[in-house]
Ligand binder design. Structure first.
Ligand SMILES: Cc1cc2nc3c(=O)[nH]c(=O)nc-3n(C[C@H](O)[C@H](O)[C@H](O)COP(=O)(O)OP(=O)(O)OC[C@H]3O[C@@H](n4cnc5c(N)ncnc54)[C@H](O)[C@@H]3O)c2cc1C
Length: 454
């Protein structure tokens, strides 16, 4: 796929300043929601910037509709290990009747499905109650720097034109690291050979006969094998995830897999790759719906209730941070001095044609690793003189394998809460986020309900 092109020179322009804030958070996914709420609840003036007209990130925009990583299997007993801002959001979702009871995944851990509209509305309520401001429909496209090298403003394109937003601290929760990339911070992508986890275009089906469908998630893989053996269908990947939502006539379907012509994963940072992926995703959905209706009891009259507004992107750019969470850290349930919370999700690797799982020792271990503050902080040697930026969520500092685990919502809430709290404390202490005393951050996180795994 070509990325080199002729170029044109744009005229210089003057950009109006939208406002000046203590903390600007880019992106309203799990990490951005938690970061904005935590910073605002710690008395910072906060603006959250989001390109869509609603919050939730991949959870809503990509139709994920399921929280992983809120729980861990602790010596055989499944417990919720992510709290703090996540609890505030869950409480509001429960009040909207938008949460399923947690369900068992591969006999080892729980995930918790939810209603997409409940997440959107609960996140609005939580942000507004925290007094964080939101600017929807604003796409971040660039940055300006101060004379001392720090970031001065984030440039956004909106319906009312290009605007600049000034802040003392910026938190990149864009998932793709757009802010850090625009600021010129070096970033990593994929494994040692640049292979990314494969994306999925999610959809939900309605009108499922729940009684007849029963626990169809157990039988669907065998039905797919049969249909493929008979030459009736060809599926893009194994490891289909087809599960009921809050109302049992509605199921979410996580089965597509998107690749470029050369077989590599669709790349969420390359415009043509994304565009082709959307088309291919919808083609696969039409095909899979045909399979569900023809072969799966209870799905005979099912229809595509909703195709997610955008491709579900699992992995793109990652920060190179002071600490780098690795797959070994996850499997060995590692501890860190500068722990800000925990991750209890295993490595879930969406590789070509399949989904591979790698677990810590279950039930022989405590089933979670700590997450270090250093994974949110740009490594000084790579920071390009910028000391007022943090990253949280799937663009934080991890190896490809560490990311395969800590990219899920639970760990993103943890990172977001820590980044927002750290930004607010750094401002109170008149220091950079990098030089913040971690024990102070840890005390405040614990006081505000976070579990650090100790
Ligand atoms: C298909 C799929 C299935 C998954 N299944 C699960 C699951 O079952 N459970 C689970 O917990 N996790 C799941 N995940 C992973 C999880 O959803 C994501 O990793 C998680 O949402 C990441 O959170 P985040 O806040 O870091 O980023 P995101 O959720 O990606 O949010 C980033 C936000 O930033 C916004 N943004 C990005 N760039 C810009 C810009 N330039 N300007 C303005 N706004 C911008 C986006 O619109 C988005 O709202 C899945 C992921 C995929 C793709």
């Amino acid at each position: 796929m070509t990325t080199t092109r002729e170029a044109i020179r744009e005229p210089e322009r003057t950009t109006p300043v939208f406002g000046e804030f203590d903390v600007v958070v880019l992106g309203g996914g799990p990490a951005g929601i938690a970061a904005a709420v935590a910073a605002a609840q710690n008395a910072a003036r906060v603006l959250l910037i989001e390109r869509y007209g609603f919050l939730g990130g991949m959870g809503t925009a990509a139709g994920v509709t399921n929280f992983c990583g809120l729980h861990a299997n602790v010596f055989g007993e499944i417990q919720q290990v992510v709290h703090g801002v996540a609890d505030q959001l869950l409480e509001r979702m429960r009040a909207l009747d938008g949460l399923n009871e947690p369900h068992l995944i591969l006999g080892k851990i729980w995930a918790q499905a939810y209603d997409m509209s409940a997440l959107k509305c609960a996140a609005d309520q939580l942000l507004l109650a925290s007094r964080a401001q939101i600017l929807f429909h604003a796409l971040a496209v660039g940055v300006t720097r101060r004379d001392d090298g720090a970031l001065e403003s984030l440039l956004v394109e909106t319906k009312s034109g290009r605007l600049a937003v000034r802040a003392s601290v910026f938190i990149d929760c864009s998932g793709d690291g757009d802010l850090m990339h625009r600021a010129g911070l070096p970033m990593e992508k994929g494994d040692d050979e640049g292979h990314l986890l494969y994306p999925t275009l999610m959809f939900r089906v309605g009108n499922v006969d729940a009684k007849r469908a029963g626990e169809a998630w157990h039988s669907i893989p065998a039905l797919m094998d049969e249909a493929e053996a008979r030459g009736e269908f060809r599926f893009p990947r194994r490891g289909a995830i087809v599960r009921p939502q809050r109302h049992a006539y509605e199921w979410r379907v996580n089965v597509t897999q998107l690749k470029n012509q050369d077989g590599s994963a669709t790349d969420g940072t390359i415009a043509e790759s994304l565009s082709a992926g959307e088309l291919e995703g919808r083609r696969q959905i039409v095909d899979y719906l045909r399979f569900l209706r023809a072969r799966v009891p209870g799905f005979e009259a099912a229809y595509a209730l909703d195709i997610a507004p955008q491709l579900g992107i699992r992995e793109t750019r990652r920060l190179i941070g002071e600490a780098v969470l690795s797959g070994e850290d996850v499997l060995a349930c590692a501890d860190f001095e500068d722990a800000i919370g925990v991750n209890g999700w295993p490595l879930e690797k969406h590789v070509a044609g399949d989904v591979k799982w790698f677990w810590p020792d279950i039930p022989g271990s405590r089933g979670f690793n700590q997450l270090p503050y250093g994974m949110l902080v740009p490594r000084q040697a790579h920071s390009n003189g910028i000391d007022n930026v943090l990253a949280a969520g799937r663009c934080a500092s991890m190896t490809h394998d560490g990311h395969a685990a800590a990219r899920v919502s639970g760990a993103c809430f943890v990172m977001g809460q820590a980044a927002g709290t750290a930004a607010a404390l750094a401002l109170k202490n008149s220091c950079s986020p990098r030089s913040l005393a971690v024990d102070q951050l840890q005390r405040v996180l614990i006081d505000q309900g976070a579990y650090l795994g100790r």
